[in-house]
Design a binder for this molecule. Structure first.
Ligand SMILES: [Zn+2]
Ligand SMILES: [Zn+2]
Length: 263
């Protein structure tokens, strides 16, 4: 098992200490385990989110780097919440310490797309298109990053009858994103934090990425507590294999490395 995307109490929405998470990952036999706590500098520009606790960057680096000495399978990462306004703030981060940098779109306009208010007055087409346009902008971000995470996050609290993000419905926008990921030699994440057998993105988008030449695919449970570390890893590998992939990509000091599928 490997897991490239997890959170601890350093994130405002984390539930467990880094040590508890790492010990659990060890118990589950993780060969690669990355902590990627939230850096939500995008929130600092948004009236509704000013009170959200921001990460204690120094404390985070100190604690995770110390744990890394103790647990050789541990990596230190970060999840940056993209917005154009926050770009200059992210540029000041000490990127040389990170093994792995996730670039994530949570916020679109005035709201986090997880917030039901984001959808008020928007059709599915409008809400999802604005979200996808923001992801497209994030692929051009002018700071170091390795992976575009959880494409489909917008569906989590969407009020539509069918919330799935289908390739067919948004093929132009999705092709724009995937093509640019490949051009910039970045990776795409397969994120397990959806109910049942669903992933972000789903198989149709993975297949398209593969078809366009994308080979760098990462797996992340996006766990905020230990119960879900490595969640649905075997299923993810099965679906990714069906889409054509033969290996996961992991990053050490931001250098990609392929880990062949077990099947
Ligand atoms: Zn996220
Ligand atoms: Zn996350």
């Amino acid at each position: 098992m490997l897991d490239t995307h997890t959170h601890t109490l350093f994130s405002f929405d984390g539930k467990m200490s880094a040590r508890e998470m790492v010990l659990c990952a060890q118990e589950r036999g993780a060969e690669y385990y990355c902590i990627t706590d939230h850096f939500d500098f995008d929130y600092t520009f948004m009236p509704e989110y000013q009170s959200v606790r921001q990460i204690d960057v120094e404390g985070y680096l100190r604690e995770i780097l110390a744990l890394k000495q103790e647990f050789p399978f541990l990596r230190i990462g970060c999840e940056l919440g993209f917005s154009k306004k926050a770009e200059p703030l992210y540029q000041k981060l000490p990127f040389e310490v990170f093994d792995y940098v996730l670039n994530s779109c949570h916020t679109v306009g005035d709201y986090d797309a997880y917030n039901k208010k984001y959808f008020i007055g928007k059709s599915k087409r409008e809400a999802y298109k604005q979200y996808l346009d923001n992801i497209r902008a994030s692929v051009d971000a002018d700071y170091p990053f390795n992976t575009i995470s959880h494409i489909g996050y917008v569906r989590k609290n969407a009020p539509y009858e069918d919330t799935a993000l289908y390739y067919e419905e948004f093929s132009e926008e999705i092709d724009g994103i995937l093509t640019r990921i490949i051009e910039r030699d970045k990776a795409l994440e397969m994120n397990a934090k959806l109910p049942a057998e669903q992933f972000m993105p789903e198989k149709d988008i993975l297949q398209r990425y593969y078809q366009l030449g994308g080979r760098k695919l990462t797996f992340g449970s996006d766990s905020h507590s230990k119960e879900t570390i490595g969640n649905k890893f075997d299923l993810a590998e099965k679906i990714a294999a069906e889409a054509g992939f033969t290996a996961w990509t992991v990053f050490d000091k931001q250098q990609p490395r392929f880990v062949p599928f077990k099947r």
